[in-house]
Design a protein around this ligand. Sequence first.
Ligand code: F0G
Length: 354
Amino acid sequence: THQWRGVIEEYRDRLPVDAETEVVTLREGGTPLVPARVLSAATGCDVHLKVEGANPTGSFKDRGMTMAITHAKARGAQAVICASTGNTSASAAAYAVRAGMVCAVLVPQGKIALGKMGQALVHGSKILQVDGNFDDCLNLARGLSEKYPVALVNSVNPSRIEGQKTAAFEVVDALGDAPDIHVLPVGNAGNITAYWKGYREYADPATGGPATRTPRMWGFQASGAAPLVHGAPVTEPSTIATAIRIGNPASWTLAEQARDESGGFIESVTDRQILRAYRLLAAEEGVFVEPASAASVAGLLQAAEQNRVDPGQRIVCTVTGNGLKDPDWAVAGAPQPIVVPVDADAAAERLGLA
Ligand code: F0G
């Protein structure tokens, strides 16, 4: 009767915990790495999806939150705070419950998906809707954590990066080595930073890493919120992918480091490309993700169309969050379901079976 124990227990020797640390976990991680047949055919490569929507609160944030909340609890914190486009707040709210802590979240008013708001509410966090964007929320959260006794659990907290690096470990453990290319959506840039740290540590002979190499890191931002692509903050970021609607990423220089040290790049994709990839993932790969998550796949397809993807490579795309978080986009523009009477012949006829 073995079950996955969560990222801290599974990777204890590679994380900043000791024997006495009381671990706060929902048994996050251990997520599926799913071969993507249609994307593989489209690129001539061996493409896999790291399905992070399978985490307990439906996004990759849980990997970082188990570590951040574990550390906050060890230091005796009674309250945590974060700014969020929705997923960090959902995760912080759930892990705070596990730790018996108060959780406060700051979200941009009207710009987070309903499912994520519902998570923060049902887990009992204190929600402030800020009349501003994510970047304003993060400034506010930082200021509050400096002045008041409340621990900041955004990815500027190094514990978050430590937890999130375990996703790279899992990819290597599943494939036997690092892929040639790892593709990610980029918002506040914590995750690309974390993956790169994980891949480097796992390929470091000094720490007995099982990988023989590191991948090139390809990051994609939404074109209306692409400060890393422009090389300057965006004051009014805009994209339908609300999770990555961020104009001034906190881990800016670390993301550039990941890009440059790995020989990768950070580019942008339009909302139209994001939605096309979102529908392709659901309709052709059977994987339902939230729009921001589809930016990685949209970026891979864009690079392939530009003939910048050499065939035969092994590529992993992280799809960061569950489609159920933001189902409006699944319903919008889809045909209305057909209404039928309780009658087999009528149902068969409507299904084209008769
Ligand atoms: N995908 C999803 C679903 C996200 O929620 C986020 C970030 C990202 C990608 C980008 O990751 O910020 O590490 O570059 N969401 C944060 C939040 C900002 O508040 O939930 P990143």
